[in-house]
Write a protein that binds this ligand. Structure first.
Ligand code: CS2
Length: 478
């Protein structure tokens, strides 16, 4: 039997959704119906317990997730695992799962008060070094020219236009991707879009307080689901769930309190609502995401498959710890009440969780957009203080090796997923040339870092050793 409303009575009582069918109204439109949203914001919203905030999930690329979920009455399970601990629940917060066109139209609904977004870092089509909209991107240009929207920002703007036209009142749009100052970034992109499209009416509507763009720090490790996750869910639920997800017990959400149309009482579910998200965001991006990237590139070169495998290799774990302790932590002003040493230890334990099969390739993807959020601000801060960011530079050099060589240290081919992949690939180039060419990518390294002699020397030296000695030997003694 497959998971569905009709099958729920056979599911263990403690695992059933919090709401009865028909109890929910749609109050949130979520753009980007991936695993992360379903294992994070959707559960917080269910736990917040307000039936006015059912979620309309919108797929942005393919209809696969919407079809999969629709075939089981929009129900899916989330299994939390850590070592021996396993607890499963079925989430019933989705009220619809639709494609981009229907989803955009939904934003005009007066019952909708919040739009949330997880469309991946490159999805915003911005220049990662400056945060500006890439107006020359063919999809952005087509959206600006008024064609059927193709990009997430183009679709969001179409939804906001429809909302304004319908007079449906104010709302908040929350960027839930791993982007520093995500609210500011998204608001800037929407503003730029409207300016380029000469949509003064929408601009004034936004500036009159009808759309707010709060920032948020989101945290939960949610690996792309695999067969083993679906099999584990079926064992615990007693029914098959093709949309099953596995995640860790940990979750965190810190949200800036700017919701002109109202919001779910997420604090009831443990979210922190605050006036200033930035210290949390910076901490999480530089520590968790930063060390994730360092481990992913070194681990991939060493031929490892999951981040847990990388975290349990002593030389890689040590490199990660040193990155956290010597490079990232000194650049942070910890949020009130947070002990960075305790945060670091907990983080390393989370990454080593043997029950999560988090593919390294997932973390390693889109590095040209991730490094500018994670490692490069750390490097900038350390250099400005006259310090040598050796461990962060090791992460950057490992990224360079990963994207340029297209193979692991043992020769196994690596498929690089990145919007710049074609420009990053240079399997024949020697380490100095690779470092020079990649540091010259101003959209990644900015005007400053590409010209920094200390960084150039450090990265060139590390890349030379990664190429000659491999990732494990270099991590041991960078
Ligand atoms: C990861 C994140 O894929 C990645 O790049 O670093 O998705 C990470 O798992 C989450 O941000 C954890 O909150």
């Amino acid at each position: 039997m497959r998971l569905s409303r009709a099958a729920l009575p056979t599911v263990p009582a403690a695992a059933r959704p919090r709401f009865q069918p028909g109890e929910l109204r749609t109050g949130i439109v979520h753009l980007g119906l991936g695993a992360f949203h379903r294992a994070h914001q959707a559960l917080y919203t269910e736990d917040a317990g307000d039936p006015a905030y059912g979620v309309c999930g919108v797929t942005m690329r393919s209809m696969a997730a919407a079809e999969l979920l629709s075939a089981q009455d929009l129900l899916y399970s989330v299994l939390e695992r850590d070592g021996e601990h396993a607890s499963i629940r079925v989430c019933g917060m989705l009220t619809e799962a639709v494609g981009p066109e229907a989803g955009t139209a939904r934003i005009a609904d007066p019952g909708v008060r919040v739009v949330t977004m997880t469309v991946t870092e490159p999805g915003y089509r911005h220049d990662p070094a400056t945060g500006r909209l890439r107006a020359a991107d063919p999809d952005v240009a087509a959206d600006l020219a008024g064609g059927p929207p193709r990009t997430p920002v183009g679709r969001l703007v179409a939804g906001l236009r429809a909302r304004r036209a319908a007079g449906s009142g104010p709302l908040a749009v929350v960027c839930c991707d791993n982007l520093a100052g995500g609210g500011r970034l998204l608001s800037g992109l929407v503003t730029e879009f409207c300016e380029l499209a000469r949509d003064d009416e929408l601009l004034s509507w936004i500036h009159d307080g009808n759309a707010a763009f709060p920032s948020a720090m989101v945290d939960r490790i949610v690996p792309a689901p695999a067969d083993a996750d679906r099999a584990a869910a079926a064992r615990l639920l007693g029914v098959a769930d093709r949309a099953a997800l596995t995640t860790e017990p940990f979750r965190q959400w810190v949200i800036e309190d700017r919701f002109p149309g109202g919001r779910p009482p997420w604090e009831r579910a443990g979210a922190m609502i605050t006036g200033d998200v930035e210290p949390y965001e910076t901490m999480k991006l530089r520590l968790l995401n930063g060390v994730h990237s360092v481990l992913a590139y070194l681990g991939a070169l060493a031929g490892l498959g999951t981040t847990a495998e990388a975290t349990t290799r002593p030389e890689l774990a040590e490199a990660g710890r040193r990155y956290l302790e010597f490079d990232a932590a000194p650049t942070l002003a910890p949020p009130p009440g947070v002990d960075l040493d305790a945060y670091r230890e907990r983080l390393l334990a989370r990454l080593a969780n043997p029950a999560l099969r988090h593919p390294i390739a997932q973390v390693a993807a889109d590095g040209s957009h991730k490094l500018p959020q994670r490692l490069l601000p750390v490097i900038r801060d350390r250099l400005a203080r006259g310090a040598e960011p050796r461990w962060a530079a090791l992460g950057v050099a490992a990224w360079m090796r990963y994207v340029s060589a297209g193979r692991a240290d043992d020769g196994t081919p690596i498929t690089v997923t990145d919007p710049l992949a074609a420009r990053l690939s240079m399997p024949e180039a020697d380490p100095r040339e690779v470092a020079d060419r990649l540091l010259g990518l101003t959209e990644v390294f900015g005007e400053d870092l590409g010209r920094d002699a200390t960084l150039r020397a450090l990265v060139t030296d590390l890349l030379t050793r990664l190429t000659r000695d491999g990732a494990l030997a270099t991590a041991r003694d960078p």
